[in-house]
Write a protein that binds this ligand. Structure first.
Ligand code: IMP
Ligand code: MG
Length: 183
């Protein structure tokens, strides 16, 4: 595998190895906490698909998967605060243990909206696992049960995260060069 950094990336913030180590650690907590329970992982598309796939392969429990797709950004790099549901759950979650898997929490508006939405369906439990969260950016205080990396309030791409649908396939996360935004 090539270890070359994509030419549009100005600097790598978190390496592929650091991400994988963190995921192993997060999965260990999940395995311990949900022992003897059936767990439903709900991934937030599209950003969380890479993280969810890697996380799930470290979980030693009888898990099932569902996905929701929401849109909060359009193709801009600023949260609009307006959350639109593009794809709802396929299954009922009433009485189930649900772990909401998110790529990144920035303002927290997306996750707060989803929590309220899912809570209304009365799951047995509902927790958040987010690989990244931006320090000091959350408009509302929130309890992230399984937090990955705290990052500075910069726009990042890679490992599922995109800019205008690109860069999701990078195995690390990094900051884009200004030219890559079309600036
Ligand atoms: P929030 O509603 O402001 O918390 O934004 C959450 C969503 O915006 C995430 O699920 C991502 O899809 C997207 N997002 C937030 N920050 C970034 C970033 O730095 N890079 C790419 N997408 C981001
Ligand atoms: Mg997302």
């Amino acid at each position: 595998m090539s270890s070359e950094v994509h030419p549009d990336i100005e600097r790598v913030l978190i390496t592929a190895d650091e991400i994988q180590d963190k995921i192993t650690e997060l999965a260990k907590h999940v395995n311990d906490d949900y022992r003897d329970k059936d767990l439903l992982l709900v991934g937030v598309l599209k950003g969380a698909f890479v993280f969810m796939a890697d996380l799930a392969r470290h979980i030693r429990l009888p898990i099932e998967f569902d996905f929701m797709a929401v849109s909060s950004y359009g193709s801009s790099t600023q949260s609009s605060g307006v959350v639109r549901i593009l794809k709802d759950l396929d299954y009922e979650i009433t009485g189930r243990h649900v772990l909401l898997v998110e790529d990144i929490i920035d303002s927290g508006l997306t996750i707060s909206y989803l929590l309220r939405y899912l809570e209304a369906r009365r799951p047995a439990s509902l927790e958040i696992c987010s690989l990244f969260w931006k320090k000091g950016e959350q408009a509302v205080s929130m309890d992230i049960r399984y937090p990955g990396f705290e990052i500075p309030p910069v726009f990042i791409v890679g490992y599922g995260l995109d800019f205008a649908e690109k860069y999701r396939n990078l195995p690390y996360v990094g900051v884009l060069r200004p030219e890559a935004y079309g600036a």
